[in-house]
Every structure is written in structure tokens, then in C-alpha cells.
Design a protein around this ligand. Structure first.
Ligand SMILES: NC(=O)c1ccc[n+]([C@@H]2O[C@H](COP(=O)([O-])OP(=O)(O)OC[C@H]3O[C@@H](n4cnc5c(N)ncnc54)[C@H](O)[C@@H]3O)[C@@H](O)[C@H]2O)c1
Length: 372
């Protein structure tokens, strides 16, 4: 198979889908890999290193897309890349389609096979979302701490406090991978931390990890309103896999917060989990906006800021399935690795992933019906 690795062009997206080591794995299995020039530079990988690993470097994105049977990238294609779509082209990347009707329409109309990292699923676990969630959760608190400072528009609070002055209150909504990573950093920085989830087993697990360093609370509208009002920093990390995020933090709740408080909406890539961030993602160039005196951070590609770490973590997780798709074709790969099947969100002119079909009003075609 011919694999194409384009340079990411989303705002300040510095990651690349695969490291030279990953390229070498594809080449070792007999595949051809085209890498767009400078695709890995911001993650610390030069064209020379990709060449040494067996890739061919191409100057133009359009050539990478045109030659490839499978495009292997990081973020969802943006509008200027839609012109490269064509029938049966496999696009293996993060897609977040429930929050992106125009991209879904393009993939369906052009009959592309859209395989979304974030919906590959083993039991309840999302193994190709996990590495970036680990990064985003850690970054969310780091960024939140920064925006709590006066020069960044915050109320001027230090997370840890000092002797005689209490620490900041960090509220973490969702105790999954992002939530646990955020809790780890918030606890490590000495904040007072409250974690909410609807999954009581998950709350039990975080309580076992962090013991008396955190409080846990069942997530419902009443409890969210109560803790958000008192929070210095809110990190929202909720996910209902594949679906558009529900808006659990209302505008009314934001109005009750002290001016200069900060909300980091990590769930923005699934459409946003607060009234004010929904449909209003920010970028690394312009990461925050202020509403009702509260600083809102809603960057949809948080790990892009720490590209060197994130690229290696992502490549480690995604290469295995990428090589399987290249070796067997996507249909046989889904049979061999059933966890890959829910990753297929579009194929042969259909939406093939139920949550996306439900949220965007498409008729669902089951992947199983296509792979036989
Ligand atoms: N912005 C970014 O750069 C970035 C990077 C990585 C991940 N993400 C996003 O972060 C989100 C979380 O990812 P994850 O890997 O932690 O997912 P996860 O499935 O591990 O965790 C999500 C948690 O949310 C909980 N939840 C669901 N409904 C809830 C509710 N009503 N109240 C409280 N908790 C609720 C679930 O029970 C689960 O524990 C996803 O939307 C993911 O796409 C964003």
C-alpha cells in the first residue's frame, strides 16, 4: 500500500502522525511511504531522518494526497484539504465527525473511508485517544494555572497557595483519561481538587489513586452548579464516546463564578461541553476569550503545543493499526482486529458509526454489512 503523511496545517498544529521509526515499520512490511517535506520538523524529526527510515520526501501536499492509498495524519482534514478527497481513499486520523457536519458530508459524498482514531474501542477503552488524553489532561491544568495569573487575565491566584493562604479550588468534570491526568497535575501542584463523574466506579478508582488528596462528587446539574460557583479553575473532560458533547456548564453557572476564574474545556473537540464554548473553539494563537469575567480556554488540539512528546505518544499507539490496514486492507484489518471496526466512521458513501449517524441525521450502514 502507498501511505501518505502530509504536514499538518491546522493552526499551530506541530505534531506529525508518525515518527521515522513508524515509517520504518511500514517500509519493513513492504509498503511505500511518502512524507511531505518538513512534516516532522516541529516534532523534532528532519526530512533526512524520514529518508533514512525509508520514506520518499515530496515537496507538495497535493502530491502526497494524490499518490496515497491511505493518508495517515493527526487532525481532521480542514476545508482546504477537502479537494484531495476521492473514492476509496483511506483517511486514518482524528476525525471528531459528530461535531463536524461539513467534513462528514465531504467524506460521504466523495466515498472516502474515514477511520477515526478516537472511536477505535477495546471494551470501554479508547486506545488511540488515550495517549493524547494523557497529554491534554496534564496540559489543561498547566494552562489553567497560567491563565489564573493576573498578566494573563486571571484573578491572580497561585494553585498551591502558600502557608497561611489556602490553595486554589480545581474542579474536574469527568474522571476518565483526561480527568485523571488533570487530577494528577492539580494534586501535584497542591490545589484543592474536586472530581465529578456519572460513573461511580470511575470515581472509586480515582479516589483509590489519590486517596484523601481529592474529593469526589456524583455529577448532576445540582452538584455541578454548586462546585463551579466556588471553583477557581474548572477543567471539563467529559465524553460520551462518538457523540457531540452535552453542555453541562450553563451560562447561568458561569455568571456565578468569581471574575478571573478559568474554564478549560478539553471536550471542545467533540463540540464543547459548556454553553459558552460550544461551537466556539479557540486556537493556540488565540487560546482564550472572556465572558462574564471568566477566562475560557477551548483549544481543540491542546497536545499540538507539546508536539515532541505528543507525536511520539501518538505514533506509538496508532502505527500498529496503520500497519494492519496497510497489510490487509481496511476490511480484513477490521475482521482481524474487531476494535478497529468502530473506528470506521464513513465508507462507500455511508456513515458507518452509530453516534455520528444519530447526531448528524444520517442513515446508518453497519460496518459489518460492508466488510461481510
Ligand atoms: N482538546 C484537546 O486537545 C483534546 C485532547 C485529547 C482529548 N480530548 C477530549 O477530551 C475528552 C475526554 O477524553 P477522555 O479520553 O478522558 O475520555 P474518557 O472516556 O476516558 O473519559 C470521559 C469521562 O467523562 C465521563 N462523563 C460522561 N458524562 C458525564 C457527565 N454528565 N458528567 C461527568 N462526567 C461524565 C465518563 O463517565 C468518563 O469517565 C474527549 O472529548 C476527548 O476527545 C481533547
Amino acid at each position: 500500500m502507498v501511505i501518505g503523511v502530509p504536514k499538518e496545517i491546522k493552526d499551530q498544529e506541530s505534531r506529525v502522525s508518525c515518527t521515522p521509526a513508524s515509517v520504518n515499520q511500514f517500509v519493513h512490511e513492504g509498503h511505500t511511504v511518502y512524507v511531505e517535506t518538513k512534516a516532522g520538523l516541529e516534532s523534532g524529526f528532519t526530512d533526512e531522518q524520514y529518508r533514512d527510515a525509508g520514506a520518499t520526501i515530496l515537496e507538495k501536499a497535493e502530491d502526497v494526497w494524490a499518490k496515497a492509498d491511505m493518508i495517515y495524519k493527526v487532525k481532521e482534514p480542514i476545508a482546504s484539504e477537502y479537494k484531495y478527497f476521492r473514492e476509496d481513499l483511506i483517511i486514518y486520523t482524528y476525525l471528531h465527525l459528530a461535531a463536524d457536519a461539513p467534513l462528514t458530508k465531504e467524506l460521504v459524498d466523495k466515498k472516502c473511508v474515514g477511520i477515526a482514531f478516537e472511536t477505535v474501542q477495546v471494551g470501554r477503552a479508547l486506545p488511540l485517544l488515550k495517549p493524547m488524553s494523557e497529554v491534554a489532561g496534564r496540559m489543561a491544568v498547566q494552562e489553567g494555572a497560567k491563565y489564573l495569573t493576573k498578566p494573563q487575565g486571571g484573578k491572580g491566584v497561585l494553585l498551591q497557595g502558600v502557608p497561611g493562604v489556602p490553595p486554589a479550588h480545581v474542579v474536574i468534570l469527568g474522571a476518565g483519561v483526561v480527568g485523571t491526568a488533570a487530577t494528577r497535575i492539580a494534586v501535584g501542584m497542591g490545589a484543592r481538587v474536586t472530581v465529578l463523574d456519572v460513573n461511580i466506579d470511575r470515581l472509586g478508582e480515582v479516589a483509590d489513586i489519590f486517596l484523601d488528596k481529592i474529593e469526589t462528587l456524583y455529577s448532576n446539574n445540582f452538584n455541578i452548579a454548586k462546585v463551579v460557583k466556588d471553583a477557581d479553575l474548572v477543567v471539563s473532560t467529559i465524553l460520551i464516546p462518538g457523540h457531540k458533547a452535552p453542555q453541562l456548564i450553563s451560562e447561568e453557572m458561569v455568571k456565578t463564578m468569581e471574575p478571573g476564574s478559568v474554564i478549560v474545556d478539553v471536550a471542545i473537540d467533540q463540540g464543547g461541553s459548556t454553553d459558552l464554548t460550544a461551537g466556539r473553539p479557540t486556537t493556540h494563537s488565540n487560546p482564550v476569550f472572556v465572558e462574564h469575567g471568566v477566562v475560557h480556554y477551548a483549544v481543540a488540539n491542546i497536545p499540538g503545543a507539546v508536539a515532541k512528546t505528543a507525536t511520539q505518544a501518538l505514533s506509538n499507539a496508532t502505527t500498529r493499526y496503520g500497519v494492519a490496514i496497510a497489510n490487509m486492507g481496511w476490511k480484513a484489518a477490521c475482521k482481524r482486529f474487531p476494535e478497529l471496526a468502530p473506528g470506521v466512521n464513513t465508507a462507500e458513501g455511508y456513515v458507518t458509526y452509530a453516534p455520528v449517524a444519530e447526531d448528524l441525521g444520517y442513515e446508518l450502514k453497519k460496518v459489518e454489512d460492508l466488510i461481510g
